[in-house]
Design a binder for this molecule. Sequence first.
Ligand code: SF4
Length: 252
Amino acid sequence: MIKVSDITTYLKCPRMCYFMNRGHDLINEISSGYLERIILKELALTYDSAVLSNDNLSFLKTQLERISNEIRVIYPNELKNVDDETLEKSIAEVSSLLDTISSNLSLNNDFYSSEFVCDEPVLCSTKFELTGSPDRMIKINENFIPSIIKTGKMPENGVWQGDRLQLTAYSILVEEKFVSIIEKGFVEYARWGIVRPVVIKRHERRKVLQVRERIKKIQDGFMPERPGDAPCQYCGFTEICDVKSTLASKFF
Ligand code: SF4
């Protein structure tokens, strides 16, 4: 089985996908940025309820407090070595974003007035040997539609290409489960409280299936070439990937 997360990793760097398929863990230590992202993701799951409240800023503050008490239960493995002080700093960082999020939420009333069916449904396609869990499933006019929550940067317009392909992969899974055709999905940029619709395009469906074929080869043991634009500076695999000399040669 290939996971949708394998596809997103492959799009960052095919070799990263190779190492993770060989059982190497990419996250060596939990950074404050990672902590902030998981807190933001939990907070974003409450934005639809925030929109319905009379005072969405107070609502978000209350939710953040609840999350700070519950986060260790939701992510026990990820947070087992994180001390309280580090966690509090990340909560404070997210707290500083609440004014912006609160003022933007009303811009997405159409999205948030949809029916939120469930969070993180596990979807599986036996036909394409593909599995994954979109962050949310919403229902519009009797159609089930996937939505993904992103906690990093938001592009000026539209959505990032990787987000678009991830959503396309989930759409393929939703289509098989509900025997439907997905024409659009959503990307929720949690840091801003902004939601962007994405039209699911034919060439991206093709690309997802092509990447899936390449991942199958990786699972069979094929080591891909390092792409010229691989994000090696931010990668935890540089030691085993033997790219240090290549990186050094860029600077000397
Ligand atoms: S070190 Fe560079 S080439 Fe190797 S897996 Fe990481 S990003 Fe890819």
